[in-house]
Design a protein around this ligand. Structure first.
Ligand code: MEV
Length: 440
């Protein structure tokens, strides 16, 4: 029987591996061998990775691929993508090449404002609180100066602090709703430090004021934390071309039909949340892959993007398409809080390389690159869906994964790849063909 363990974090890495292998796996020696196979032989590099998180036992690889030929505002990028799903990098590359020949992607950043909130409970007169917060706003800002000094020098800092009365949603609930500019940093640490400072100053100032009554001075700060919902940190990415140039590569339909099918597919994703979720998932295939490769927080991005997709009360498509006077236009606006300094960007050698490959973008430039990867991915997915369907291309890409899973040798892989150039790839067909080869 497995019993709880005390002090797991204080065990050495070897001891942790021994414990997990002995208690939770059927073949302890194979487990240990497998985990150690993924250690880096360079002990310094290994230590660096060990120290990113707690209780590390090994490294978990994701493939890093490159999608070349992205023309964005006239500049050519090769985009690094870290993702486990087959077809995503191929689809991005295909869309990049397609739009390279049609003027490329155009992007614009509408804003880079981040948000954080101090949530607190107050049981007094709202008007008195409003006057009080207005009076102390300059103190909240000046008190945080030791934290904001460097950020201000880099062009960022606190933009606004507003008291919000939230009692309509929850009794006695108020917040300091604060906005920030964080230059090239994602800014989570900076924002959270500012907010915790605001909370301390707020409590101190309230305790010392005589503009509030005794019972009104007893506020309860519940928490101080940034928001991953950043609708003011918004980027737009767009492609357009004459409808007549929109050849699908599928000879059975015309450019006009193809354009109309894409517009209709987007209309369906706008009208129907079940479809919108999958539609947007395809966008996130591109976005997350670049976000991960560049060492950014994909959970934060995911949370913020999906909240934005439901900002009007119904979950809907993030992309838009129209045919206007013979021009096909396809675009997206999404919130992206990204950083190109700080965090993993300084630490992880492959993240550093990804930034180098992207020509050391600023945070704003990275927002544009990431948005383009999302738009390209969506264009590729919807194009396939409305023409051939996605399984044809997908299963071809998946073929190698299946062959690897079955332990095919290099020679068998070559033979089966040739075979499936002429035959439809299904899981069963691959297994059968593989068994036939082995039987011969
Ligand atoms: C698969 O990872 C993503 C797609 O389902 C996206 C879509 O349906 O638009 C192909």
């Amino acid at each position: 029987m497995i019993t709880p363990i005390q002090g797991f974090s204080r065990l050495t890495k070897e001891e942790k591996i021994d414990w997990i292998a002995a208690n939770y796996t059927t073949n302890a020696s194979e487990t240990k061998k497998l985990l150690k196979q993924y250690w880096n032989t360079d002990s310094k590099l290994q230590q660096l990775h060990d120290e990113f998180i707690e209780n590390t036992i090994t490294n978990y690889y994701l493939p890093l691929g490159i999608a070349p030929n992205f023309l964005i505002n006239g500049k050519l990028y090769a985009i690094p993508m870290a993702i486990e799903e087959s077809s995503v990098v191929a689809a991005a590359s295909r869309a990049a090449k397609f739009w390279l020949d049609r003027g490329g992607f155009r992007t614009v950043v509408h804003g880079t404002e981040k948000v954080g909130q101090v949530h607190f409970m107050y049981r007094g007169d709202p008007e008195k609180l409003t006057r009080f917060v207005t009076e102390i706003t300059h103190i909240l800002i000046s008190d945080a100066a030791p934290i904001t000094k460097n950020m201000v020098e880099r062009g960022g800092g606190i933009k606004s602090i507003a008291l919000r009365n939230m009692c309509h949603a929850l009794d006695n609930y108020y917040q300091l709703h604060c906005t920030f500019e964080t230059a090239d940093a994602m800014g989570a640490n900076f924002i959270n430090s500012c907010l915790e400072h605001f909370a301390r100053t707020l409590k101190r100032e309230i305790r010392g004021t005589d503009t509030l009554g005794d019972d009104e001075r007893d506020i309860e700060v519940v928490m101080s934390i940034l928001s991953n919902y950043v609708p003011g940190c918004l980027v737009r990415a767009e492609v357009q071309c004459p409808v007549s140039d929109l050849l699908s590569g599928n000879t059975s339909i015309s450019s006009e039909q193809f354009a109309k099918k894409i517009v209709r597919a987007i209309a369906i994703a706008k009208a129907e949340p079940y479809r919108a979720v999958t539609h947007n998932k395809g966008i996130m295939n591109g976005i997350d892959a670049v976000v991960v490769a560049t060492g950014n927080d994909f959970r934060a991005v995911e949370a913020g993007v999906h909240a934005y997709a439901s900002r009007n009360g119904t979950y809907t498509s993030l992309t838009h398409a129209e045919i206007d006077n013979g021009t096909f236009r396809f675009w997206m606006e999404i919130p992206l809080a990204l950083g190109t300094v700080g965090g993993l960007t300084r630490l992880h050698p492959l993240v550093k390389l990804a930034h180098e490959i992207l020509q050391h973008p600023t945070a704003s430039e990275l927002m544009q690159i990431v948005a383009v990867a999302g738009l390209a991915q969506n264009f590729a997915a919807v194009s396939s869906l409305v023409t051939t369907g996605i399984q044809e291309g997908h299963m071809k890409m998946h073929l190698l994964n299946i062959l690897n899973q079955m332990g095919a040798t290099e020679e068998e892989k070559t033979q089966l790849l040739t075979h499936f150039r002429r035959n439809t790839v299904t899981h069963n067909a691959v297994v059968e063909a593989f068994q036939n080869i082995r039987r011969d």
